[in-house]
Structure formats: C-alpha cells, structure tokens
Design a protein around this ligand. Structure first.
Ligand SMILES: [Zn+2]
Length: 715
C-alpha cells in the first residue's frame, strides 16, 4: 500500500507535524493554514492507523499518535467547515441506532459447503475438474476465522456501507459500527485499479485474549458469557451505541471481492481481475487486512497437505480458526462452475475436528472462589471435545442456568470456546425424559456454612465471611497489602503457610502471633501436613515480620476500613466512609438509608456494607482486632502538615503516588482525588492531567515536586 519511499516521507511529515503542534496553539491558526494542516494530519494518521491496525507494527509511540489525533480533533472543532466523513476522527459517531435497516447485498452471500476429510476434498476436486474440463487446477487456501461475516461497499474510494451477513440475500446496515473498526479503511485508493464500486466480504473477529476479557467483564456485570469469539464479535457488532462498539477492540479481515465495476458499470471480475489471488493483492495494496497464512496450491494434494498442517498448529494463533477455505483461484473458472441454491461450486470449507460434543450433565457442585464467589460447576459424563476429554464445565451463575434452563440429568451440547474453557451451548430438550431435576442453589457457603448474599445488579452469590477458609489466604494478603495495613513480609508465601498451618484462621489472628509460634509451632505443623519447612521464615525475618505487624496497629481509619475487604469498598470509598464517621463502630451502626444518601456511595455499596457487618463472624473478627490494639477510630495526627489538603496530578520522579499520599497522611495532612476549594496544595509532576487546569481556574496553590519534597522534609 505504501512504498518505502512514501513511508519515509510520511514519517518525516509526522515529525514536522509534531513540531508544528508544539509551537502552534490552535487559537492562533488561520483557516487557510488549518486547512493545510488538517489534510496533512489525516494523511499521516491514516498511515499510522494502517501500521498499527493492519500490520500490527506501529512506528510511533501511542503518545505521539494521541498528539496528532487530538490536534486534528480540536482543529475540526474550531473549524467545522473542514470536517469530512473520511476523517479518522469521524470513526465513532455519537448517534445511537435503534433499528438497523435491512438492505440487499450486491451479490448473494452463500454459505460454503463443508468437507471433513481428505476424501471429501478429493470428491470436491473431481467435481471441479469435471466442471471446467481440465486436471490442472490452482487453488487458494486460507485459514477460516471464526468471526461474524460482513459485506463492505466502497464507491469512489469511500466506505459507503457495511452490513451483516443476514440471511445471505439481505443484511443489516451497521455502517456506524463498522466505521469504528480501525482495520477497515474509511478511504481506500481502489480507483487506481479502475474500480469504481466494489463489494468486499470479510469477517469481524475478536482475538482469544480479548474474548476472555469480555467474558470476564460480562460475568462481573452479571451478564451471561458469550459461547465463543464468534458470538462475542457478532454481539458487539450489533450494539446500538457505536461508542460501545469502539471499546470492544474488534478486528477485521477481508477475504473476497464479490462485486467490482468500473465507472462505466462494466464488471471487472473475470476480466481485469482474473484471479482470486490478484483480487487479494489489490485489497492488500489498498490498505485492507487480508487473511494471513494464505497460500496458492497446485492440485488437491497440496491443498490436503496445507489443511493437515494447519490443523496441527491451529492453537498457536491468537484467533480462533475453525477450518480452511479452499477456492478455485481462476475467476473465469469460478464463473463457469457457478453455484447450487446453497453453495458456490468453486469453493469449500475444510472443517477441523469439531469443538462441540453432546453429553449428559450428571450433577452440579458448588465451589467458593478465592474472593468468595460461589460458582456452580457441572460434572459431565466424560466426552471428547476437539481432542480433549471434558468432564467438568462451569455454569457461571444462577442467571446462566435460568436462561438456558439447565437441569441435572440433561443432555447438553458442550463447546470448547476460545480453546480453553468448556461451555454449555444449549440443552437438548428433545432428549428429556421427565426425570431431570432443577438445579437448586445452596443457601449457605459450601466452605464455611455462612449465609450467602447476592447483591443488587450482581449475578453471583457470594460468601462475605471474613473467616471463610476458602478465601482466607486472599483476604490475608489483601489485609496486609500496601494500601491497606501495609505489612511488609506478609505476602503470598507467608500467607500461604500461615493459613495452611491454621496458625491464622482470620486476619485478626496475625496480631496474636509470637516468635514462639512462628519459629517452633509453624515448622512443626507444616511437617505434620507433609509440607516443606518454611525456611524463608528464619529468626531474623520473623522478628521483622512481627515488628511490621505491630506497626500496622496504628494505620488511619480509612485504611482499616479498606483492609476489611468489603465488596465495592475500594480505597476511594473507604476514604469517603472514614470522613463520615469517627470509628468503625459508628460505621457498623449506621443505618443503610443513611449510607445510601452519601454522595459516591449509593444503594449497591450501602447494601454491601450492611451485609458485611450483619455477619456475626465478621463482627467477631473486628472485636478481636480491637482487643489486639488495632486502632479502629480516628485520631488527629498533630503533624507539620495538619490542616493541609493535598492533591496530586502527573507522575512524581522520586516516589509513587501512593507513597506520596502516605507521607502526607503520616505528617497529619490529608489527600484527596478531586479538585475543590478545600485543596490547599496541588502537587504537579510529569505530564499533569486535567486537574491542573481546574486547579488553575480555582486559583489554588500549585507546587512542583521539589517544593513538595521540602514540605515533607525529604530535601
Ligand atoms: Zn464461606
């Protein structure tokens, strides 16, 4: 698409634009100059989009890209007359679509016939040879991505329309969503190949890693996970808000030109575009992402070899590949072969071994995750799915079970999605005998027997008991973490042996540890369990650990609240709560409706706090903490920073933001995250954000890192 010479020129242009941006505030630009710069910016941004999204090989930093992009966006805002639909800033529209209009495709989107074995590929070849009357057939082979099919129409080099596959004859016009996908050019220089109007087929997909993340997020939001990357891509493509679509990080490959004509309306397929391979070259040249790994094969034996090789290495790729598409390369031959009512006769999909199988759901057990989530797990009659024996499958949450109406004893269709997690796609209701039984959720935690809760807007049931053995190690680590009680030396390794040896049965127990217990009792108990001696806990480390535990008794109230590990009470919320109350008891006794009224809290968090403190076990732990001498009330520290309120923006070079905040607190000062008139000092580091502008507007005192270090006595 871009020659080396051209790329060198574009990089040069990028550099000079970056310099220009630095020296020229938009306010001072004339319309004339702006016009020139806008054109230049669009050219270089499109080039960098191509490097990033099509080649996966950017040549400038994200920061530099942002500079270019923002300047263009701001210019267009100041000079709206310069806006054009192919501008890179116009990818994400703000309109929400309620209904996607149905439109006819320029050429029918048929599905492909499938082949499952080498023999079936040979049969296909025989039919091709019969049809075109020669043994010499050249095929193209390309990996078949498991995504959502799309059809793109370009006219005069501009993207006109993007549709879903629909029923093959008509699809849904989802152009605003298609435009958000950066691997799809908004403008493509097709006219240099004499192409005036073109329809291109492609596939929108999600890589396995993003798929995993999307499902994780859906579970957290209380939605059911997608069965496979294809469903995730299709679901994302049909979202009503293009802004949401843009967040999904969709990728797109194109794999066929199905319609191409010149200005006179003459068909170019089979005339000036003679082979499929040539068609793909044209698309590549025009900046599209064409399917990688494609190869030209002479005769069917080469095709079979290609398929077998790919089946071996299918797992190595970041995208789900479910087969190989084989096409007769010569377009005239394709036209001679034509199509049946369902399939073209010149192409076939070789399908890899199925990743689905049916089996029986024997029973359901419930597991407690390390953060208290209760997950139903289905035990299956073992079955092979894509070469792996599956006997267990996650049922995620109650909503998932309800939606699919899964019952114990059901025959279920299982799929190994995204290569990793097995998933129940559906229940085969036709196979029901009437003896299937509904899945009953437990009322109590399978690990500790404590009552479990389901918070509003959540799909998961949870155990919120601080003493729950299944969660203790995680809770202990969290309790000791830097933002919480900050106990150095109490990390994964130590937490593990303390919990395993049962020296610690809740977080308060750490305040009752002694040298005797850690040096004598602990190794003895580990030995009894057949575990290695914890050699990392020697005399010196034990003393240090005990000293750090002792020091943690005096942490400020908001950190104690944070350390308890109440769902939805993060650091900011804990700080908010600590501002409202003087002690933990006040918080425990605060009615739910009063908590709800606090700005930044709301019903979900309030409910979570109430549920937490309503468990007798949790109150017991809090009593134990108090008895051990952990400070659970506010004390004014009369330090040199008393009465001062700090806010930080930008990165400090000598310490992290958290360290700086802690320093301030230790000296009696306060820190906040939102700019207001209460702030007495704004500390500005490298690359400050919008807080600085706000602070300037309010006329607050602004200091740099050096001045800050002086104030806290570090300089
Ligand atoms: Zn529990």
């Amino acid at each position: 698409m871009y020659s080396e010479k051209e790329q060198a020129r574009l990089l040069e242009e990028t550099k000079s634009l970056l310099r220009f941006i630095k020296d020229h505030p938009i306010k001072k630009l004339s319309l004339e100059k702006a016009k020139e710069i806008v054109g230049s910016l669009r050219t270089v941004i499109s080039y960098h989009d191509w490097r990033y999204y099509v080649l996966n090989d950017p040549v400038i930093s994200d920061y530099e890209y942002d500079q270019l992009f923002r300047y263009l966006r701001d210019l267009e805002e100041k000079f709206p007359e310069l806006i054009s639909p192919d501008s890179p800033t116009r990818r994400v529209a703000s309109d929400v679509t309620k209904v996607f209009p149905e439109v006819p495709h320029l050429s029918k989107m048929l599905s492909l016939d499938n082949a499952y074995s080498a023999d079936e590929l040979r049969d296909f070849h025989r039919r091709v040879v019969q049809g075109i009357g020669t043994e010499e057939v050249e095929y193209t082979c390309e990996p078949k991505f498991d995504g959502a099919g799309i059809a793109l129409v370009y006219e005069n080099d501009l993207l006109q329309r993007g549709c879903t596959r629909g029923d093959g004859a008509r699809g849904e016009d989802i152009t605003p969503n298609i435009r958000t996908i950066r691997a799809i050019p908004l403008r493509a220089p097709l006219s240099q190949f004499g192409i005036h109007r073109i329809e291109i087929r492609g596939e929108v997909l999600i890589d396995k890693e993003s798929f995993r993340k999307i499902n994780q997020q859906r579970l957290e939001e209380g939605l059911s996970p997608f069965a496979n990357p294809r469903n995730a891509a299709a679901g994302s493509l049909r979202l009503q808000d293009p802004k949401e679509v843009a967040k999904k990080k969709l990728d797109a490959f194109v794999y066929q030109i199905t319609f191409a004509e010149n200005k006179k309306g003459e068909n170019l397929l089979g005339t000036s575009i003679q082979t499929h391979w040539q068609a793909m070259e044209i698309l590549k040249q025009c900046g599209f992402k064409v399917s990688w790994g494609a190869e030209l094969c002479k005769g069917i034996d080469e095709v079979i070899k290609f398929c077998q090789e790919w089946e071996q290495k299918r797992e190595e790729f970041p995208y789900e590949i479910d087969g190989i598409v084989i096409k007769v390369n010569d377009i005239r031959s394709q036209q001679i072969l034509g199509e049946t009512t369902h399939h073209p006769r010149w192409a076939i999909a070789f399908k890899f071994k199925a990743k689905q199988a049916t089996t029986r759901l024997k029973r359901v057990v419930f597991q407690v995750g390390r953060v208290g989530t209760i997950t139903p797990v289905g035990e299956l009659e073992p079955v092979e799915v894509g070469g792996v024996i599956i006997s267990r499958v996650s049922l995620f949450n109650e909503d998932f079970i309800r939606e699919k109406d899964i019952r114990v004893g059901d025959m279920v269709l299982v799929e190994r999605a995204g290569e990793v997690i097995p998933y129940i796609v559906k229940v085969i209701k036709e196979a029901r005998t009437g003896s299937e039984e509904p899945i009953v959720f437990p009322k109590t935690c399978p690990s500790c027997g404590s009552r479990i809760v389901r918070l509003p807007e959540e799909a998961a049931w949870r155990c919120v008991n601080m003493r729950c053995p299944a969660q203790l190690k995680e809770r202990l680590k969290y309790f000791a973490s830097r933002r919480a009680m900050d106990i150095e030396g109490l990390g994964e390794r130590t937490a593990r042996v303390l919990v395993m040896s049962r020296l610690v049965e809740d977080v308060a127990d750490i305040y009752y540890l002694t040298e005797e217990k850690l040096l004598k009792e602990l190794p003895k108990r580990m030995e009894e369990l057949g575990q290695p001696r914890p050699t990392f806990l020697g005399e010196l480390n034990v003393r240090k650990l005990l000293k750090n535990i002792e020091a943690s008794k005096n942490r400020p109230l908001h950190r104690v609240i944070y350390a308890l590990g109440i769902r939805y009470v993060g650091y900011a919320t804990a700080t908010l709560l600590a501002e409202m109350v003087n002690s933990i008891d006040e918080l425990i006794n605060m009615p739910e409706h009063k908590l709800e009224q606090v700005s930044g809290i709301g019903p979900k968090i309030a409910h979570s706090i109430k549920e937490f403190f309503s468990l007798p076990d949790n109150l017991k732990v809090i009593e134990k903490l108090k008895k051990a001498g952990v400070r659970m009330a506010k004390v004014e520290i009369k330090g040199p920073l008393a009465g001062k309120v700090f806010i930080f923006t930008g990165a400090l070079s000598s310490m992290t933001r958290d360290e700086a905040k802690r320093k301030v607190e230790e000296l009696g000062g306060k820190t906040v995250d939102a700019v207001s008139r209460k702030v007495t000092h704004v500390v500005v580091g490298e690359n400050p954000g919008s807080k600085l502008r706000k602070a300037q507007r309010l006329g607050l005192t602004i200091i740099n890192e050096e001045e800050f270090l002086k104030m806290i006595g570090e300089k």
